[in-house]
Ligand binder design. Structure first.
Ligand code: GLC
Length: 559
């Protein structure tokens, strides 16, 4: 096979942080192979070097940047039927690009981000006219895949400036590293100036600071670096400092006995009270991924070295904790069901004193013989057994999940298709909480009633994460099925933010239309399925050093 070595890597003398394997990984990504290899195999980072690439940046076509189905498409890991699809772009793709471009926000003449929704029909704008950091991620990936990295670079640099602000909620000063949930461009027509206004949680509902923003920022910086081959951005003192500030917030020592990150309810995509306080899977998976991305980009200089060491230690403990205690499959469930309680000492099997009676009834039917998932939360005497999409997909992409666990997560999705995908991919979590539990957990939140919004609603944005996970685990046909479902409704329904109901059949009660991340999520899913080599920008290869056997919690097990 012939490999065309693409854009060279520049590295400053002090940039010694990339290990041999990371270095190799990046080099391979930058290599754009020329020939098409037709082979069916699991598609992880490893295979990035041996698939065909559909061509460089800036292909002609829509807006001079987008060419539907243009260029040579890879057939690797894609069933023949979907390969056929990739040559025949779906008619809604063009509409999606137009809608995405309409959501662009400019700052001093340069595109800087995309607003959360461009819904003219909606009476209340609330904060949907802002650029949300987490919402911008799928937009950014779409632009990167389409050869438009400048907007991503601008976003990364400007959000760094926002991070530099002094952040206060009442009289309390937030940590230096906090990244905003969202920001807005303010126009002063009189003075003819534009300024940025950011929200770090001080205006948010519930006043929660977003823990995920900083992690997404680091993950996006790596995606930019990996796609463009431009390492100079990540190497700037500003980006290095930005990363260190985010990291010092989450690597600081406290009283915690767990390597997971302690959080307030609503500090992530689920930004309202939903019982996701403590150690929510979404944050733990993003934390893990951000740590791994930072490890690849941090310089081993005087300031960076200390962080590199801390990250390595934390990753080791975090992966062990997550793979052992958050993991649930048929066997684990059966073991927990038979747990003894009140075990004192180091040899305790039931370490967190989980009372088997707290296992909810639905779980016994839901758990297939084949398949498994990372549960929502683990803390003393509390296991939140709900399934959350984002955390599980990120666990696959970051290789927090072992290869076996990744396969099991995908098996579960196939086995429980109706529950998790239904008529619109993808449930944000499963199942919904109802009645008394809903009152207690959500505080009677009328937006989060059962099977709506964050409480078991279906979010099209999650399609890109599902697709990426499918490609990584070599099961593109699952993504194909899900995309087909989405294509039947999304344009017709005006790109809603979410769908309601057990099957996700109804446009969400209070869903915005023309929700940008629903649009971008669809485009990213589409482009990734057509050209799986895009996966590398958002996926990390397994780190063998981290691989530890999952604990078998049989009664005979001792520490
Ligand atoms: C809602 C979602 C949040 C998203 C925001 C903007 O608040 O819960 O995840 O970032 O809308 O779309």
């Amino acid at each position: 096979m012939e490999l065309a070595v693409g854009g060279g890597m520049r590295r400053s003398a002090s940039h010694t942080s990339l290990s041999e394997s990371d270095d190799f990984e990046l080099t391979r990504l930058l290599s754009k192979p020329r020939i098409n290899v037709e082979r069916q195999r699991s598609f992880d980072d490893r295979s990035l070097s041996d698939v065909s690439h559909s061509g460089g940046y800036g292909r002609g076509g829509f807006d001079g940047m987008y060419s539907p189905g243009g260029g040579l498409r890879s057939l690797v890991g894609t069933p023949a039927s979907s390969a056929l699809h990739s040559f025949e772009p779906h008619p809604i793709v063009g509409d999606a690009w137009e809608a995405l471009r309409r959501s662009l926000v400019f700052f001093r003449g340069q595109p800087l981000g995309t607003v959360a929704a461009v819904d003219h029909a909606s009476e209340e704008v609330l904060n949907y006219d802002q650029v949300f950091v987490r919402d911008f991620v799928p937009s950014a990936l779409a632009f990167l895949m389409n050869g438009e990295p400048d907007i991503v670079k601008n976003f990364l640099l400007k959000t760094l400036l926002l991070q530099g602000w002094e952040k206060k909620v009442d009289r309390f000063k937030l940590g230096e590293g906090a990244m905003p949930a969202s920001f807005k461009v303010m126009h002063d027509a009189k003075k003819g100036v534009e300024t940025l206004h950011a929200d770090f949680g001080e205006s948010a509902i519930g006043r929660v600071a977003p823990v995920d923003s900083g992690f997404w920022w680091i993950i996006l910086l790596r995606a930019y670096t990996k796609t463009t081959g431009d390492m100079t951005l990540a190497e700037t003192p500003e980006c290095q400092k930005g990363m260190r500030l985010i990291l010092s917030l989450c690597l600081s020592e406290g009283f915690d006995t767990f390597p997971t990150l302690l959080c307030a309810d609503g500090c992530c995509m689920i930004d309202r009270r939903m019982g996701v306080y403590g150690y929510p899977i979404e944050i733990q998976a993003l934390f893990f991924m951000a740590l791994r991305c930072a490890l690849q980009m941090l310089k081993h200089d005087n300031e960076g070295k200390e962080f590199v060491e801390k990250i390595a230690t934390r990753l080791h403990a975090l992966s062990y904790h997550m793979r052992s205690y958050f993991w649930l499959d048929f066997q684990q469930l059966n073991d927990i069901y038979r747990y003894k309680t009140e075990e004192y000492s180091h040899t305790a099997v039931n370490k967190f004193n989980v009372i088997p009676d707290s296992i909810p009834d639905w779980l016994f039917d839901f758990m297939p013989c084949q398949g498994g998932f990372f549960i929502g939360n683990v803390s003393p005497a509390r296991m939140d057994f709900r399934w959350f999409a984002l955390g599980n997909m990120i666990a696959i992409l970051s290789s927090l999940a072992t290869p076996e666990q990744s396969v099991a997560i995908m098996d579960l999705i196939e086995e429980r298709w109706e529950e998790l995908i239904g008529e619109m991919p993808l449930k944000i979590c499963y199942p919904a909480i109802e009645n008394h539990e809903w009152r207690i957990v959500t505080g009677c939140d009328p937006k989060n009633t059962r099977w709506s919004y964050h409480n078991g609603g279906s979010w099209p944005v999650l399609l890109w994460l599902l697709t990426a996970a499918c490609i990584k685990t070599g099961r593109p046909q699952i993504a194909r099925r899900a995309i087909d479902l989405a294509e039947r409704r999304l344009l017709k329904d005006g790109w809603p933010e979410y769908y309601d109901g057990k099957l996700g059949r109804y446009v969400g009660k209070q869903a915005r239309k023309f929700q940008t991340w629903s649009i971008a999520g669809y485009l990213v899913a589409k482009m990734m399925l057509e050209d799986p080599s895009h996966l590398g920008m958002i996926s990390l290869e397994e780190d063998k050093a981290m691989l530890k056997p999952v604990l078998k919690r049989s009664a005979s097990w001792t520490n």
